[in-house]
Design a protein around this ligand. Structure first.
Ligand SMILES: [Fe+2]
Ligand SMILES: [Fe+2]
Length: 192
């Protein structure tokens, strides 16, 4: 599918803010890919499609995820906020015709992440947090500041992002899934 056709479909499938956010993530992903030695155009497509199922009905999302995601985490399947990641990967493949495994796995992992993520997967994960179109500067600058560091910028940005997620879950007395703790520990070790 051409970029124009992707944009046209996204406009129908997403609300206005989510559509704007998706373009922001695509732009940021392309920039980060150039900086960190990945394919910028692939990153742009992954960014555009990372939330392509975000506005889908929850019950339908849950059904698609249960039927098509072998590595679905227990905490993902009942959570409205995280279920859209595996479903977006499925829709990117089924509707948008994406077959590139790197793009599909980056979309699949963009919410809770996974230990041992590739540079490409981290780029999409971070771009989602720091895009400039809809993310508040007070939020995104806390993560973005690490991207200019000399040593291990991506892992430092990942660590900060996970710190903020864990802090926010603790503050709201919400459970923290094992995957989140695992990635946090991994980044902490890598950044020390
Ligand atoms: Fe998302
Ligand atoms: Fe997003």
């Amino acid at each position: 599918m051409t970029t124009d056709a992707i944009l046209q479909n996204l406009k129908n499938d997403l609300n206005e803010e989510r559509y704007e956010h998706s373009i922001g993530v695509a732009e940021m992903a392309r920039e980060l890919a150039e900086k960190f030695g990945c394919d910028p155009e692939k990153a742009y497509v992954a960014g555009l499609l990372h939330d392509c199922a975000k506005c889908m009905d929850f019950e339908l999302s849950r059904k698609i995820a249960l039927e098509n995601t072998p590595d679905l985490d227990d905490t993902e399947k009942d959570n409205r906020k995280t279920i859209h990641a595996p479903v977006s990967a499925y829709v990117a493949w089924e509707k948008y015709g994406v077959t590139d495994k790197e793009i599909l796995s980056a979309i699949r992992l963009h919410t809770i992440g996974k230990c041992g993520m590739s540079v490409f997967e981290k780029i999409i994960f971070i771009a989602d947090k720091v895009e400039h179109r809809t993310r508040e500067v007070e939020f995104r600058s806390q993560i973005e500041q690490y991207l200019v560091e000399k040593d291990n910028p991506l892992d430092k940005a990942m660590l900060k992002s996970f710190e903020m997620t864990i802090e926010s879950l603790v503050k709201r007395q919400l459970p923290i899934c094992f995957v989140t703790i695992g990635v946090y520990n991994e980044m902490l070790t890598k950044c020390k």
